[in-house]
Write a protein that binds this ligand. Structure first.
Ligand code: FAD
Length: 390
């Protein structure tokens, strides 16, 4: 039976960084993952380009983690997003910033990030075993036993980085919650977060349209970000963020031109009065969206009655969209809920009740917006969980 100082279960961003830190501290370290390759979910983020972190301030980071972000103050005081950016640059990966502080490798390839993390584990002497599915974990006499179907390994320190329960095809099936329950640690209720919205809206006409920097609102919740119309409703960061505040049965409102006031649009329409409405709107909006907005109105701008102008402005600035529901947990980008933070020491991410047992990443009751915030929480937390604290 092989014994390790540290075993890390889960080769997502949290587990890979935990294995790097543990190896850096001279620990005999093994990272196991049941997939054929590490970083399967990570590779799909940012449309396959890997939205590896966010270049915001500490306050931006906490605001980007609406699900218990404050718990991470201690983690970020040890290793934050700027340390991450330095980490990647020191290891030969140049990052670039895009809108909303989102950071990507300049190669626009997730593989660059995953290769860097995997390479660093090897450079520091850490070991990796893929296609190793842990089926049970026990602890006796201060040692953890980690079992697959046909093998048993032991370790002094066990880091659980198995992710949440969203997109289970990437490997995150909630096994870490079972480990927590086995050790009698509380797990909070799991829910879908960053969820695409199902809507009662003309999907066919709009499917595939992507709008930059529009405003979606529901009551006091006002979100300005990119939006995507899909065959079932709405996706993209604006919809994903608003999903925290709706369940289904509400009407949300879309402002497709948040940078233009109603008064400015009235002046614009007056100036363009000789044009067809579609053409006038095409200077402001993607063509198919302009067609959709113009559809119920007369052909020329000058033919609009006063009432129709008002209706047009409403359609541009306050378009009602009935929400019928959200995607299931499995089809949502992030899992809300997880290992109860009351169980966890925020300085080390170690269980308060079970010495040597750490939880990190989405397995914890922490959820963030897409835009690099979950990945930052996972990577920075991974460094802290894997480090030795003297
Ligand atoms: C399509 C998509 C897009 C996203 N976009 C963004 C984004 O732009 N920005 C952002 O911040 N977040 C984004 N996220 C969320 C982000 O990817 C996750 O929060 C992040 O990957 C969590 O990291 P993790 O290391 O905790 O877990 P995961 O990345 O889920 O890794 C967990 C690993 O544990 C392994 N594992 C589980 N059980 C076992 C077991 N029993 N034995 C062995 N191995 C096991 C799994 O195989 C998996 O590889 C996105 C998610 C999805 C699905």
């Amino acid at each position: 039976m092989t014994h390790y100082d540290t075993i890390v279960i889960g080769g997502g961003p949290a587990g890979m960084m935990a294995a790097i830190a543990s190896s850096y501290y001279g620990q005999k370290t093994l990272l196991v993952d049941k997939n054929r390759k590490l970083g399967k979910k990570l590779s799909g983020t940012g449309g396959g380009r890997c939205n590896v972190t966010n270049n915001g301030t500490l306050e931006d980071l906490i605001a980007g983690i609406p699900g218990n972000g404050r718990f991470l103050y201690s983690v970020f005081s040890q290793f934050d997003n700027h340390d991450l950016i330095r980490f990647f640059e020191d290891n030969g990966v140049k990052l670039k910033e895009e809108d909303h502080g989102r950071m990507f490798p300049v190669t626009d390839k997730s593989k660059t990030i995953i290769d860097c993390l995997v390479g660093k584990i090897a450079e520091l002497g850490g070991q990796v075993r893929t296609q190793f599915e842990v089926v049970s974990v026990k602890k006796s006499d201060g040692t953890f036993q980690v079992k697959s179907a046909d093998e048993q390994l032991t370790c002094d320190r066990l880091i659980v980085a198995t992710g949440g329960k969203s997109y289970p095809s990437t490997g995150s099936t909630g096994f870490g919650h079972d480990i927590a329950r086995h050790f009698k640690l509380a797990v909070t209720a799991l829910e879908a977060a960053e969820s695409p919205l199902l809507t009662d809206f003309p999907h066919k006409a709009l499917q595939g349209i992507s709008l930059d920097e529009v405003t979606l609102s529901y009551g006091k919740h006002v979100i300005t970000h990119d939006l995507l119309f899909t065959h079932f409703g709405l996706s993209g960061p604006a919809a994903l963020r608003l999903s925290s505040f709706v369940k289904g049965g509400e009407t949300i409102y879309l402002d497709v031109l948040p940078d233009h006031s109603r008064a400015e649009l009235e002046v614009y329409l007056e100036r363009e009065r000789e044009k067809s409405l579609k053409n006038a709107l095409k200077s402001l909006l993607p063509e198919r969206m302009a067609d959709f907005i113009a559809q119920p109105f007369p052909e020329k701008v000058k033919q609009l009655t006063h009432k129709e102008r008002e209706e047009l402005l409403n359609r541009l600035k306050h378009l009602p969209i009935p929400v019928t529901g959200k995607m299931s947990l499995a089809k949502s980008f992030v899992t809300k809920g997880g290992v109860d933070l009351q169980e966890i020491n925020p300085k080390t991410l170690e269980s308060k009740q079970v010495p040597g047992l750490h939880f990190v990443g989405e397995v914890l009751d922490i959820n963030a917006h897409t835009g690099g915030f979950n990945i930052t929480a996972a990577l920075c937390g991974g460094w802290v969980a894997g480090s030795l604290h003297f």
